[in-house]
Design a protein around this ligand. Structure first.
Ligand code: IDC
Length: 461
C-alpha cells in the first residue's frame, strides 16, 4: 500500500506540457516535454524530463527550458549533457539518445538545488521549436505491459544510472541482489546448468558477477579462451533472466594501468559481442590498490570510450582506491572521487567490504557517499578480507540492512565451493548435482540465500 501511495503521489506530480485535449487528429509537429519532480528534500530535488520529438527525425538535439526561480540550479544531470546560464537550462543529447525519429522519446533527469520555491520550469523547446505540439495518438511508453512476475531482466530491461541510483526501463531506482563467481580460472566446474538454475530459481538472484582474474592464471594466459568463457556465462545469465556483471578482476598488481592494453582489447571484444543484450554491466577494474585515484580515473577515461564505442548504453562500474574502499583503506575518503569524478556518464563507482574486517567507519563512508555518488557493491564477504575465517553475522546484517535502505546493489563473494568461509557452497558441492538443498550451503551461503531470495518488488511504472 505504501508503494502504491508513493506511485500515485509521483504520478500526480507529473506536469503534462502536452496538449492532451487538443484538436482532433492533426499532423504532429514540434515536441512535447513532460516534467516530473520524482523527489524533493530541503533545498534539493530530483526531476525527470521526457521529451518526445513530433517533428522530422533529428540526429542531434538541444532541449532548453527556463527556471522561474533564479535560485533553481541543475547540480548533476544524466542521459544528456547539461548546462545552465542564468535561468536558462540546456540539455544536449548523448550517444545513445542523440537520434530521435518522429514520435520517439528520450528520458533525461537531473538533481537540482533551489532556495525558496521550486516551481515547474517553463518555455520548453527542442532544437529551437517550442514544445507545444499535440499528439495525434495517445502516447505510449515503450515498453508496454511487462510481466510483473517475470525475471529481473524481463521486468527491468536495460538499466541506466539516474542520479545516484541504478534505474530500470521505467526510470525507477532498483537494487539488484546477487552473487559473484569465484575466479573462473579455478572454479569453472561450479558454473553449470544445475548450479545456475538454482541461483536463478531458488536463490532468486538478480545478477551473476563473472570474476575474470587477469593475473593468477587468468585472462593474460589465454585472452581468447577467457573472453569466450565470459561470453558463455553472459549467455547463461541471460537465459535465466539475470544481469551479468563482467568483472575485469585486477588485483595484483594493483595499478589497473598495468593492464590497460589488455582491458582495451578485452572490453572492445565483449562490448561488441554483447552490445544488443540488456543484461550486461561492465566492471572495469576490480580492486585498484597502491595507486592514486587520479591514476584510476585516467584508466577509466581510456577504457570507458572503448566500451561506449561498441555498446553505448550499458552501465559501467569504476573501481576505487584502496581495494575499492572509496579510498578509506588508504586513509582517504570518498571526497577524492566527489571532487574529481570520472568524466563520463552512465557510470557507477565500486565499493567493496568484508564484514569481519570493515565496520562502522566504512559504513559511515558509504552512508555519506551514497547521496553523492552512484555506488555498486560488486563484491563483499561476510568474513574477513582474506576471504576466510568466521562469518561475522552482526556486521554482515548491519551492512545488508544499510545497502537495502540505500538501495545499493550487491554481489556476494562467492557462489562457489571453495574451502574458505566466504564461499556459499560446502567443499565438494560442485562435484555433484545438488545445488538446491539446504545441506549444500555454508553458514555464509545460508545467510545470503535468505537475504537474496526475498521478493524484489521492482517498480514497473
Ligand atoms: C581471494 C579468494 C581466494 C584466492 C585469492 C587469490 O577468496 O580463494 O586465493 O583471492 O587472489 C578481494 C578480491 C578477491 C579475494 C577476496 C578474498 O577481490 O579476489 O578473493 N578479496 O580475499 N578483495 C578483498 C577480499
Amino acid at each position: 500500500m505504501k508503494r502504491l501511495l508513493a506511485l500515485l503521489a509521483t504520478a500526480a506530480s507529473v506536469v503534462g506540457l502536452t496538449a492532451l485535449a487538443g484538436p482532433p487528429a492533426q499532423a504532429a509537429a514540434g515536441c512535447t516535454a513532460a516534467y516530473t519532480i520524482t523527489s524533493q528534500w530541503d533545498g534539493g530535488f530530483q526531476a525527470g524530463v521526457k521529451i518526445t520529438n513530433l517533428g522530422a527525425p533529428v540526429s542531434g538535439w538541444t532541449l532548453k527550458f527556463t527556471m522561474p526561480n533564479a535560485g533553481q540550479k541543475v547540480v548533476q544531470g544524466w542521459n544528456a549533457t547539461w548546462s545552465q546560464s542564468g535561468t536558462t537550462v540546456q540539455a544536449n543529447g548523448v550517444d545513445w539518445n542523440r537520434t530521435l525519429s518522429t514520435g520517439a522519446s528520450a528520458d533525461l533527469g537531473f538533481v537540482g538545488s533551489f532556495s525558496g520555491s521550486n516551481p515547474v520550469p517553463t518555455s520548453f523547446s527542442l532544437n529551437g521549436v517550442t514544445c507545444t505540439g499535440s499528439v495525434t495518438d495517445p502516447p505510449t511508453d515503450p515498453p508496454t505491459d511487462p510481466p510483473a512476475t517475470g525475471t529481473p531482466v524481463a521486468v527491468n530491461g536495460q538499466l541506466h544510472v539516474c542520479g545516484v541510483h541504478l534505474c530500470n526501463q521505467y526510470n525507477r531506482p532498483v537494487q539488484l541482489r546477487g552473487m559473484s563467481t569465484h575466479g573462473i580460472q579455478w572454479f569453472s566446474q561450479c558454473y553449470n546448468d544445475a548450479s545456475l538454475d538454482a541461483l536463478a530459481e531458488d536463490w532468486k538472484s538478480d545478477l551473476l558477477r563473472i570474476a575474470m582474474y587477469v593475473q593468477e592464471d587468468g585472462y593474460e594466459t589465454d585472452p581468447a579462451g577467457f573472453t569466450s568463457r565470459v561470453n558463455g556465462l553472459v549467455d547463461e545469465a541471460e537465459e535465466r533472466g539475470m544481469y551479468a556483471v563482467i568483472d575485469f578482476h585486477t588485483l595484483t598488481p594493483g595499478d589497473p594501468n598495468f593492464n590497460l592494453d589488455r582491458a582495451k582489447t578485452f572490453f572492445s571484444s565483449v562490448a561488441a559481442r554483447n552490445a544488443d543484450k540488456k543484461n550486461v554491466i561492465y566492471e572495469i577494474a576490480n580492486e585498484p590498490n597502491g595507486v592514486s585515484w587520479s591514476a584510476i580515473k585516467n584508466y577509466a577515461e581510456q577504457v570507458i570510450p572503448v566500451i561506449r564505442a561498441a555498446d553505448p548504453d550499458a552501465v559501467v562500474i569504476v573501481g576505487t582506491r584502496g581495494w575499492s574502499s572509496l579510498g578509506v583503506s588508504d586513509g582517504s575518503s570518498e571526497t577524492e572521487v566527489v571532487n574529481n569524478p570520472v568524466n563520463a556518464t552512465n557510470i557507477m563507482y565500486t565499493f567493496h567490504f568484508y564484514a569481519a574486517s570493515h565496520k562502522d567507519n566504512y559504513r559511515a563512508a558509504v552512508s555519506r557517499a551514497a547521496s553523492q555518488l552512484p555506488l555498486f557493491v560488486t563484491e563483499f564477504g561476510t568474513v574477513s578480507a582474506t576471504g576466510g575465517g568466521a562469518v561475522d553475522r552482526s556486521s554482515s546484517t548491519a551492512w545488508l540492512d544499510l545497502l537495502d535502505r540505500l538501495q545499493i546493489s550487491y554481489a556476494n563473494w562467492t557462489y562457489s565451493d571453495a574451502d574458505e568461509g566466504s564461499a556459499a557452497l560446502k567443499p565438494g558441492t560442485c562435484n555433484g548435482t545438488d545445488y538446491s538443498s539446504s545441506g549444500v550451503l555454508t553458514e555464509s551461503g545460508s545467510l545470503l540465500k535468505s537475504r537474496i531470495s526475498t521478493a524484489d518488488n521492482f517498480p514497473t511504472s
